[in-house]
Design a protein around this ligand. Structure first.
Ligand SMILES: [Ca+2]
Length: 569
């Protein structure tokens, strides 16, 4: 009895020891696994042109992003949807934006495909990564719906969020209707002179503020090193208005007196040298456009006209345009410095090597409004003190400079020509990228590819069902093979666009695009391999291909509920 009683505890201890050993092994393995999963930082900027950054051939000083590209990758054919809201919806979900209910913007409900809130029949990357133990955080502009409380970031997978739910349209103010919320509670209400709570002097400049929040969030997440983190940082820079600290305006003032014609040519040379465009790429004659009102989608068509040459302007006009471009450049310079602060924090905390950083723009540079920008003639350097902090729709750089920002492409934000949908895309991840400094060229990618990539690197399942809803399959592919090898072979697939009256389809190097998808005969066929500026139409030479691609687009438009168009419902 005694022996039995003696043996029993010894076996129990043995079993317990074995359990602890096995549990330790298991925990050890899972910790190792957790340590291998990268932190993820997705930097999403607003209305920046394809070739504004230094590492994309631009003249603006962006040493921090340039360094990320030198140690990471640049993609030459990465696409967005051409507009703020649908791009955000597509990035967050891995779906075409109409599938999420954000075919247009978030201010009016036009029915299925065009709701004003991202709906629950999809999952965000925050929701997916949260299921794998990621700490999830958002700082910046949300803009995929706010009237429905279920569309807000706190409900869509973000543990922490400091966000403007709608548009931003100011750098020094918080505009009415654009209050800043933290974790679903009012944090900074709309006002002329907000204080930045992270700064002793309270100085508020929104790019600095969103960065301060990001640094705070990273610091908080690092207190829990067992779990990796995901931070979505959504700057509103360089979206209009032009609002720039004085020292940065001063820094760039005078650099643009050569004008856009010469500067475009110089930029194209740099882009060719960097391998960002083909050697035979030419500069198109660029057109501006008259921005018609989209009200109920019943006004179709867009009037285009050739942009003026720099030499046709007076010296006084040239000086004002130099001023406007200097402001635009300064905003991006400031953003780059802020990104530098984040990279520095990651470096000093030893987190940089295993943090996967993405940088991209939600759409091409904006041509709103006019050749020379908003309020041309009224808002100039001479009366700057009067309108400096006016915000809203006060001043933009205009179509001529926007076309320069989108060099060598045609058209702008809202259009689905390359100038509207081509985004710079930098990926930095020392631990996971083999061809550092490489350029991924000739293979098209899209915002829909981010979700599959995140799923891939985090080793997490994409759900078939979530919160009681059947979830559509992801539309994109993982970009991870190109992290390993910039020349990885692409699967052949077809990509699609539809926004306002504009539509496109891309198959291999072929692109069919229209300024008016309500008109069956208005589609133009281009081969992007030698003509990314969509200059030489090939409809007559390849009528069968154009018809096939149009049919593919129509089938897609039915599937994702882009059609019937809102005005035909
Ligand atoms: Ca935008």
């Amino acid at each position: 009895m005694y022996n039995k009683r003696y043996k029993f505890p010894s076996r129990a201890w043995l079993a317990l020891g074995l359990f602890v050993f096995v549990w330790g092994l298991f925990r050890g393995t899972s910790e190792l696994h957790a340590g291998e999963r990268p932190n993820i930082l997705i930097i999403f900027v607003d209305d920046m042109g394809f070739s504004d950054l230094g590492c994309y051939g631009g003249e603006i000083e962006t040493p921090n992003l340039d360094r990320l590209s030198e140690n990471g990758l640049r993609f030459t054919e990465f696409y967005n949807t051409s507009r703020c809201c649908p791009s955000r919806a597509s990035l967050l979900t891995g779906l075409y934006s109409h599938q999420t209910g954000i075919g247009m913007m978030v201010y009016r409900d036009f029915g299925e495909g065009y709701r004003r809130n991202i709906h629950r029949g999809n999952v965000t990357f925050a929701e997916v990564l949260k299921t794998a133990g990621y700490q999830t955080m958002l700082s910046g502009k949300w803009h995929v719906g706010h009237s429905d409380l279920n569309a807000r970031p706190e409900v869509r997978g973000f543990d922490r969020s400091t966000a403007i739910y709608a548009h931003v349209d100011s750098y020094w103010k918080v505009l009415r209707g654009c209050d800043i919320y933290r974790d679903n509670e009012l944090f900074i209400k709309a006002q002329e002179h907000p204080r930045n709570p992270y700064r002793k002097d309270g100085y508020f400049y929104i790019t600095d503020f969103f960065t301060d929040v990001a640094l705070d969030y990273i610091g908080q997440a690092q207190k829990n090193p067992e779990d990796p983190w995901l931070l979505h940082l959504c700057y509103n820079v360089p979206h209009f208005p032009l609002e720039t600290p004085d020292d940065l305006i001063e820094k760039y003032r005078g650099r643009y007196r050569k004008g856009w014609d010469v500067l475009r040519e110089e930029k194209l040379v740099r882009m060719k040298r960097m391998g960002l465009v083909g050697d035979t790429q030419t500069l198109p004659r660029v057109h501006g456009f008259v921005n018609h009102k989209i009200d109920g989608f019943n006004k179709v068509g867009v009037r285009t006209e050739l942009l003026p040459s720099w030499d046709s302007l007076s010296a006084e006009e040239q000086d004002e345009l130099d001023f406007r471009r200097a402001m635009y450049a300064g905003q991006i310079d400031n953003m780059d410095q802020n990104i530098g602060r984040i990279v520095e924090k990651l470096k000093t905390t030893g987190a940089l090597d295993n943090t996967l950083i993405f940088f991209m723009s939600d759409n091409g540079c904006s041509g709103e409004l006019g050749h020379f920008g908003m309020n041309w003639g009224d808002y100039h350097s001479g009366n700057y003190a009067e309108w400096k902090r006016k915000s809203g729709w006060s001043i933009s750089q205009g179509q001529c400079w926007a076309a320069y920002s989108n060099t060598p492409f045609r058209m702008y934000k809202k259009f689905v020509h390359e100038g509207g949908i081509a985004s710079p895309m930098i990926v930095h991840w020392p631990k996971g990228i083999k061809s550092r400094g490489g350029v991924v060229a000739g293979v098209p990618f899209h915002l829909i590819d981010v979700m599959p990539t995140l799923r891939d690197v985090a080793g997490v399942e994409y759900p078939e069902e979530f919160n009681g809803n059947r979830i559509p399959a992801m539309e994109g592919v993982s970009m991870r093979p190109w992290f390993e090898n910039v020349k990885a072979s692409g699967t052949s697939r077809t990509l699609f666009w539809q926004h306002e009256n504009h539509a496109a389809v891309r198959e291999g190097d072929w692109k069919l695009v229209t300024l008016n998808d309500r008109d069956e005969d208005a589609w133009m066929l281009y081969n992007l391999a030698g003509d990314r500026s969509e200059t030489f139409s090939l409809n007559e030479q390849h009528p069968g291909r154009a018809e096939r691609m149009k049919a593919a687009w129509q089938a897609w438009a039915q599937r994702v509920q882009a059609v019937p168009f809102p005005e035909r419902r």
